[in-house]
Design a protein around this ligand. Sequence first.
Ligand code: NFE
Length: 501
Amino acid sequence: MKFVASIDPVTRLEGHMKVEVTIDTVRGRQQVVDAKAAGTLFRGFENILVGRDPRDAQHITERICGVCPISHAMAAVLALDSACGVQIPTNALWLRNLVMGANFIDSHILHFYLLAIPDYLDGPAKAPWMPTWGVDKRITGATAQTLIGHYVQAIAMRRKAHEMGAIFGGKLPHPPTYLAGGFTSEVTEEHITKFLGYLAELTSFITDVYLPDVELFGQVYKDYLNIGRGPGNLLAFGCFDLDIAGKSKLLRRGRVVAGAQSRRSSDDDDDDNDDDDNRVKSGSRTEPVNLSFITEQVSHSWYQPSRGLNPANGVTSAQYPKPNAYSWLKAPRYQAQPYEVGALARMKVNGDYTGGVSVVDRHRARAQETIKIATAMAGWVAQLKPGEPVYAEPTIPASATSYGLTEAPRGALGHWVRINNGVISHYQVLTPTCWNCSPRDDRRQPGPVEAALIGTPIRDKNQPIEVLRVIHSFDPCLDCAVHVVQPKAGAKMFAVPSFRA
Ligand code: NFE
């Protein structure tokens, strides 16, 4: 008999998410047969930006989230650099990368130890380890004790990653140092030495603790290599520019299409990536990204009906209630298909990760990406030139249309901006969690997290911890995807309207 489990809110992620799964017995096995994921708050940041000075964009959009603010600053200043036609000094290139790298290290350590690992082992019988579901905890005894010790160590490591980023960022999580035209902090020998000290300590933690712990987890929970796949389409905008023109990146732009080995359609010309040698080591090929193929569909979202708009023309206009809608997230699609974004997508697109798409693969790719970034950061520090410029003053145009693409720790991030009469007339932000946690689209196709949940085996339908493991593997951040709540008078915390309303 079908059983519906509603997890609301889903904890150990950023923001407010509700998930409803239908569990049934299929060929003698209890599993998820349907899933709906919802963001339960409205985000209105795009509307806040209209009418503002374009130079405010990075300061305001950083406040979308405390976990990935640097990426929002990066996307905003890339859009403005391009709108102004300004060429930033090379010092600024490395400074922008270094502060964003510090944020990636912080975010990935946070995710594995503080958000994900409590799904797999029991900790001390007190908060935040209690209450918990007592199902399928295979990491026990001395191994569990070691991991709990690493959990505590990870808290200190996160602080160090923040302190490292603040050396050049001024402060974290919301640094004021990202500007169109470059950066504001000074490069000194003292700053460089201090930064390298932090980086060495974090690199040791990643190498000696984080990577081995993820491998251990992957061995103990091998079955999760076959759980939580999702659509299998992967998308990355790419990040960490290695030259001023942004042509070369540490993690490149591209797509991996589920089941496709190679095909470059004639109408799929890449507008940003002209690299022909795009074969990845996994044997599949990366396909280019054509931004005009992105639409945000709202048939199941609490927004006024539209026919799937490209972010360049996107509208953030709420409609609540609305028939068939169940989420404040829009449903971004590429050529009408759902795409997963995140570290696994980046590492697969870049040819650095040759495994599959699953719960374990997401954790492994995230850990392997962390050491790749930390290693690259040491090289960027070496290229800093003390005393050399960090800023080239831009001229803000009276009118312009532009975009900035980068990656946040959780995946592809884009900002689209239009300037008229010297002020912002239109702004759209497309976040990673919108891609991953999107609801059904116009064709009723599930979003990546919804698709990943369908088929997940469930041991105890009253304690469906497997559902949490799949969701957490994506590291959702609903704060990035939605904002601002207006609860009904007298509503109880858990009394969110039913999906079937
Ligand atoms: Ni709030 Fe974010 C990241 C962005 S996810 S954490 O990473 O953009 O939607």
